[in-house]
Write a new protein. Structure first.
Length: 160
């Protein structure tokens, strides 16, 4: 997990509904942007589960995970969200294996298609901004989706 320095005292009111919203962030951002939405993958790699993530998913921390980092764009040139998805290898050997090959498609298109996965959520301040971490259980597979709302998004919703 990243460091949590210079944390603001309170979450901006406009951002609260985004941090605690249920359902597909992909769909919510697409609606906000008038139908525009784009995923730009930055990095995909294997790494060991971090201790806190493994504990949250109730998995051994020595397990390897596949990590996808990307930026989510709405109707502006600046990215709105920095996203990071963490899939333990055990999940990728089951139905969640499709997530390893989605390229520029948003995870939300698959995650919320004809299903409403169980979700545990935590909200915290990371160095890039206010972040929501969601631990999903989807068809028996557990994984984490982390979404950090960037300054360009906060500026956009303040003007909207």
């Amino acid at each position: 997990m990243q460091s949590t320095h210079s944390q603001p005292k309170t979450i901006p009111e406009e951002l609260k509904k985004w941090l605690y919203a249920s359902g597909s962030l992909t769909q919510q951002l697409t609606d906000l942007a008038g139908g525009e939405f784009q995923v730009t993958p930055q990095k995909e790699h294997f790494q060991r589960l971090l201790y806190l993530d493994a504990k949250w998913m109730k998995m051994p921390h020595h397990h390897t995970s596949w990590v996808r980092e990307s930026f989510l764009f709405g109707c502006e040139a600046e990215p709105w969200v920095k996203a990071k998805s963490i899939f333990p290898i055990l999940s990728l050997q089951s139905r969640a294996r499709i997530y390893k090959h989605i390229g520029k498609k948003p995870i939300g298109w698959f995650l919320f298609q004809r299903t409403n996965p169980a979700c545990e959520r935590r909200v915290l301040w990371l160095e890039d901004g206010w972040t929501r971490q969601s631990c999903y259980t989807w068809h028996g597979c557990k994984f984490i989706v982390q979404e950090t709302f960037l300054p360009a998004f906060e500026q956009f919703i303040q003007l909207a």
